[in-house]
Design a binder for this molecule. Structure first.
Ligand SMILES: [Zn+2]
Length: 372
C-alpha cells in the first residue's frame, strides 16, 4: 500500500480505482507493521476515513534487542551461534542471494543443520525448506527477506541480521518471527559503515523525489535505532507512534553490561581520578581499598535524554546535524558530571570555547532545571 511498496505491490495502487467504481463494498485494511504516516496513507488510498482503526501494540517484550557494530559479519555470527543451545531454531537474514549461499555453506561446514532460502531457488525447493524448518527438521534457515511471509513457527528463538534491512518497519516485521510462543527470544543486528553507505546510495539512487524523501526518512529511523544510546525498545515504540514508556531493562543498552553503562563507567572513573588528583577534596581511599565502583543511575539517563532533546532543538536552530552540535559521548559526560557554570561546561570533553559560547547557557539551563 505504502509509497514504499510501489515496486513489489503495484496491484495495491489500482485498488483506489476499484473503490471508486464500487463504492459500497465493505472494506478492511490490515497491516503487520506501519508507522503513523503509512497508516494515514492506507486510509487515504482506500478512502477509509470514517472507518474505525485498531492498532495493537508493536511491543514484543520477550524479544531481547541488540545491535552490534559489524567488524566481521561471519565471525560475529559464528560467535553468537556457538553460545546458543544446540536445539534452538533461528533465522539468519542476509541481503543477497550470494550472501545467503556463502553463509549457508560456511555454517554447514561448521556442522550446523542449515538450509538456504532465496527467490532464486525453485518454488518446490523453497516449499520443502519451509516445511523442514516448520517441522523442526532443520534448525537454521539462512534467507533473504523472501523468507518469512506466512512462516508461523512459535519457537523461533532468534532472528539474526548479518545485513541491516532498509527500514525499521522491515526490521520489526522480520524480528517479529521470533518468540511467538511468548518465551524469551533474541533479535540481533550487525551493521557497519559499508552497510550505511550502501543503504544511503540505494535510497539516494531513486528517481522519484517523493520516494527518495520517504526512503531517507525510513532509513534515518533505522539508523536512529542502531545508533541510539537509550533504550532500543523506546525508540521502536516512539517510531510507531506509541507512548515511549519506561526503559525496558532488557535490551543491550539497558542491561548493566551494555555499552551505555560501559561508557558511563569509563567517564565516571576518569572524573573520579581527576577529582582526586587535582583537588584532593576527599580523603583518598583507605590503604588497600579500591574506590567504589561507579554506578550509572536512572537519573543520569533521564538528564542525558533531556540534554539530547535540547541538542535536537539547538541543531534545528543552527541548521546543523545533531552530532555536529555535540556528540552523544559529550552529552553523556555532561549528564554524569553535571557542570554548574560556563567554566565547568567548557571542561567537558568535546565542548571547548566556541561550543561553550554557542550552546553553554542553554545546556546549563537544562542541567539546573533538572537538578532543582
Ligand atoms: Zn531497553
Amino acid at each position: 500500500m505504502s509509497e514504499w511498496g510501489h515496486d513489489f505491490r503495484p496491484a495495491y495502487r489500482k485498488l483506489s480505482r476499484w473503490i471508486e467504481r464500487i463504492p459500497r463494498v465493505p472494506r478492511v485494511a490490515l497491516t503487520a507493521t506501519a508507522d503513523p504516516d503509512t497508516r494515514r496513507e492506507i486510509v487515504d488510498c482506500l478512502r477509509l476515513r470514517s472507518a474505525r482503526r485498531f492498532v495493537t501494540g508493536f511491543d514484543r517484550p520477550n524479544i531481547r534487542l541488540r545491535v552490534d557494530r559489524k567488524t566481521n559479519g561471519m565471525r560475529q555470527l559464528l560467535h553468537f551461534l556457538e553460545r546458543r543451545p544446540d536445539d534452538e531454531s533461528g533465522i539468519v537474514y542476509r541481503l543477497t542471494r550470494t550472501g545467503v549461499e556463502s553463509t549457508a555453506v560456511r555454517l554447514a561446514a561448521e556442522g550446523y543443520d542449515v538450509l538456504p532460502y532465496h527467490a532464486g531457488l525453485s518454488a518446490g525447493r523453497r516449499r520443502a525448506t519451509e516445511g523442514r524448518f516448520l517441522r523442526g527438521e532443520a534448525r537454521l534457515v539462512v534467507a533473504t527477506v523472501a523468507f518469512g511471509m506466512g512462516i508461523d513457527k512459535p519457537d523461533v528463538r532468534f532472528v539474526y541480521h548479518v545485513d541491516p534491512p532498509r527500514s525499521l518497519e522491515a526490521y520489526i516485521q522480520e524480528t517479529g518471527r521470533a518468540g511467538r510462543d511468548g518465551r524469551p527470544a533474541r533479535a540481533v543486528l550487525t551493521i557497519g559503515a559499508a552497510d550505511v553507505r550502501r543503504l544511503r546510495r540505494w535510497v539516494d539512487g531513486g528517481r522519484d523525489p517523493n520516494r527518495r524523501r520517504v526512503g531517507r526518512r525510513k532509513l534515518e529511523a533505522l539508523l536512529e535505532y542502531c545508533e541510539t544510546t537509550r533504550c532500543r525498545r523506546q525508540v521502536v515504540r516512539e517510531y510507531f507512534g506509541e507512548d515511549r514508556g519506561e526503559p525496558c531493562g532488557d535490551c543491550d543498552l539497558c542491561r548493566p553490561a551494555g555499552p551505555l553503562h560501559r561508557a558511563a563507567t569509563a567517564i565516571r572513573r576518569g572524573a573520579v581520578a581527576i577529582g582526586r588528583r587535582g583537588e584532593r577534596l576527599r580523603p583518598s581511599g583507605l590503604p588497600g581499598r579500591s574506590p567504589p565502583e561507579p554506578v550509572f543511575r536512572e537519573s543520569d539517563r533521564r538528564l542525558y535524554e533531556k540534554l539530547r532533546a535540547k541538542r535536537t532543538e539547538l541543531a534545528r536552530a543552527w541548521g546543523l546535524a545533531p552530532f555536529m552540535v555535540l556528540s552523544d559521548h559529550t552529552l553523556l559526560e555532561m549528564a554524569l558530571r553535571r557542570p554548574g557554570d560556563p567554566t565547568e561546561i567548557e571542561r567537558v570533553h568535546g565542548v571547548g570555547r566556541t561550543k561553550r559560547e554557542r550552546y553553554g547557557e542553554e545546556l546549563l539551563g537544562v542541567i539546573r532545571k533538572f537538578e532543582r
